[in-house]
Design a protein around this ligand. Structure first.
Ligand code: ATP
Ligand code: MG
Length: 169
């Protein structure tokens, strides 16, 4: 099984389509408080994690929490789709400002598996949205190694299930 070595001063960006298992992975490997989730931020600002109309406010809160954590030197994981280059590079810059290692973990999960896992949970995303993000995933896999991340892990479904995390420093 693959072991992901992460410096304790890491800003980890999970990147993957809806239903690819980001939140499940985050819950398994990290403390609740280390994970800053866009869904939770949406819920905190408007009581509804599915309300996409509060995108701006939710991400404003997410960035604020992440900045504060980095300013305090705390290991931080961002749980959002992060499949657009401009969003990822913004977090790479933020990490650099605080002397953190930017790390990307890409969930390389087939469209059909995302769909199936999406069906198995309470909060369902429309299949068209999964398709849209899955297309962005293909671009992400090509460019993510050239975006300034210190470490990039592109994980298959098998690796997502079995990966171990080892903290360094
Ligand atoms: P979103 O971007 O919409 O928040 P997500 O990437 O966080 O999606 P999860 O909510 O973690 O996805 O997973 C979607 C569903 O798939 C959940 O019901 C979860 O229990 C299930 N699931 C996640 N990972 C696995 C796995 N490795 N094997 C089987 N089921 C899984
Ligand atoms: Mg999630």
């Amino acid at each position: 099984a693959v072991t992901l070595h992460l410096p304790s001063r890491s800003l980890v960006l999970l990147c993957g389509a809806p239903g690819s298992g980001k939140s499940t992975f985050a819950e398994r490997h990290f403390l609740w408080s280390q994970v800053v989730s866009s869904d939770r931020c949406r819920e905190m600002v408007c009581d509804d994690e599915e309300n996409m109309a509060v995108h701006r406010e939710a991400f404003s809160l997410l960035r604020l929490i992440v900045r504060l954590r980095l300013s305090l030197g705390r290991f931080t994981v961002i749980d959002s789709t992060a499949l657009e280059r401009k969003h990822r590079t913004a977090y790479v810059s933020m990490a650099a400002q605080y002397n953190f290692h930017p790390v990307a973990i890409v969930f390389d999960v087939p469209y059909e598996l995302c769909l199936r896992q999406n069906e198995s949970r309470s909060r369902r995303v429309p299949p068209e949205a999964i398709r849209h993000y899955h297309n962005l995933l293909q671009k992400t896999k090509i460019s993510v190694r050239n975006e300034g991340f210190d470490r990039v892990f592109i994980l298959s479904p098998e690796q997502i299930r079995t990966a171990r995390i080892a903290f360094e420093d």
